[in-house]
Design a protein. Structure first.
Length: 381
């Protein structure tokens, strides 16, 4: 019968005590000239024997402890985690694996991820745990350049005013274009529910790899998918009628012309009302920015070292999807994810990969078209 860690620990303590007793006796008799060397040699032999026993028991004990810890990490990786960060990663990994493999999600995992308990008992949707949902929606997206400049919320049935402040005097809006827009289209925006799906394809090697690698892979895939959807609707030049109001290029923003890109952008900035011009940014392609530099620099290296804001006068955000430069106050763009994200799993029959699928609902509104301009190039004849 295999000894337990508890048994080995007790035996190790017993042999350790015997070894210590022999060592103490040996030291005591070494200091006594009356003790014969034969007795001292006998004690040295006992000490060597006990030391060998102690070393072998310690090896067995340490091996049993390592096996026990590995078993705990395998059977309960969350409980075995040393820090809150490791506990969160372990919970996310177990959540993903359980979803893919069709296993029940443990209560401990739900507690760590702040998940809604037992979502399937009545056959309803499986809502993504709050911790995962908040991180996917609110954390900055590397591939969506507008994140950090636009407003982002996760509110079910959201309705907001187009202008966040009011005064007793109805005539406080000094921009005639804005006043006309509010009169024609109303002063409030109601966000809808446009359904989308994001799929993360997971191979066997990733699924059964380390917790950290699995979590990073899936979260990066989902974030990239969400960001791609956001960029697609924001810069779409055509598409479904239900999504046209989300795009700078289909919502009816005023175009301001110039003989070249640089002139068109400056004219667009100047054409904005001062309420919007002060906080305006320029969204444009990097390739277009290089064209502006090439024209302005005239072989001067110094200009290439200048920041875009020093040349244009406003902060610049680069996006290859911005086929026509956009100028305006991006705080008047509001992206809302309507309620909880729903998760599910599937399998790609062609590749054999597992699929972790998110379903959600989003809407984006350009609250005031008058807060923006499109910089259009019209070469002089």
């Amino acid at each position: 019968m295999k000894s337990t860690v508890y048994d080995l620990k007790a035996k190790l303590a017993t042999v350790g005590e015997q070894l210590q007793a022999v060592e103490n006796e040996l030291v005591s008799k070494l200091a006594n000239p009356a003790v014969a060397m034969e007795e001292i040699n006998k004690l040295e032999s006992q000490k060597a024997d006990l030391q060998k026993r102690f070393d072998l028991l310690k090896e067995a004990h340490d091996r049993a402890v390592a096996e026990q810890e590995a078993r705990i990490r395998r059977d309960n990786p969350i409980g075995a985690a040393a820090t809150d960060k490791e506990r969160l990663i372990a919970a996310k990994a177990e959540f993903i694996r359980a979803t893919i493999q069709g296993r029940p999600i443990a209560d401990e995992v739900r507690n760590v991820l702040r998940a809604i308990p037992s979502p399937n008992t009545t056959g309803g949707d499986k809502f993504l745990p709050s911790t995962l949902s908040e991180q996917l929606i609110y954390e900055p997206f590397v591939t969506n350049p507008l994140r950090g400049a636009i407003r982002v919320t996760n509110i079910k049935g959201l309705e907001i005013p187009k202008i966040a402040y009011t005064l007793d005097d109805d005539g406080f809006i000094t921009d005639e274009e804005t006043a006309k827009e509010l009169e024609l289209e109303g002063d409030r925006v109601t966000f809808g529910r446009n359904k989308f799906k994001v799929k993360a394809a997971i191979s066997d090697t990733v699924l059964h790899g380390s917790d950290l690698a699995l979590v990073q892979y899936v979260e990066n895939a989902l974030r990239s998918g969400l960001a791609a959807k956001e960029k697609k609707v924001t810069f779409a030049t055509s598409g479904p009628d239900a999504e046209k109001h989300m795009s700078f290029y289909q919502v009816g923003i005023k175009e301001v012309e110039g003989a070249d890109l640089y002139e068109a952008i400056l004219n667009a900035i100047a054409d904005l009302h001062e309420d919007f011009r002060e906080r305006a940014r320029v969204v444009m392609r990097f390739a277009d920015w290089v064209k502006i530099l090439q024209k302005l620099a005239n072989s001067s290296v110094a200009l290439y070292q200048a920041q875009p804001e020093q040349i244009i006068g406003k902060p610049v955000i680069f996006s290859d999807a911005a086929v026509t430069p956009i100028v305006g106050d991006l705080s008047y763009v509001h992206l809302n994810y309507d309620g909880e994200l729903v998760y599910d799993s599937d399998k790609d029959v062609d590749s054999g990969d597992y699929l972790f699928v998110l379903t959600g609902w989003m809407d984006q509104h350009i609250l005031l078209k008058s807060a923006f301009r499109l910089a259009k190039v019209v070469p002089t004849v």
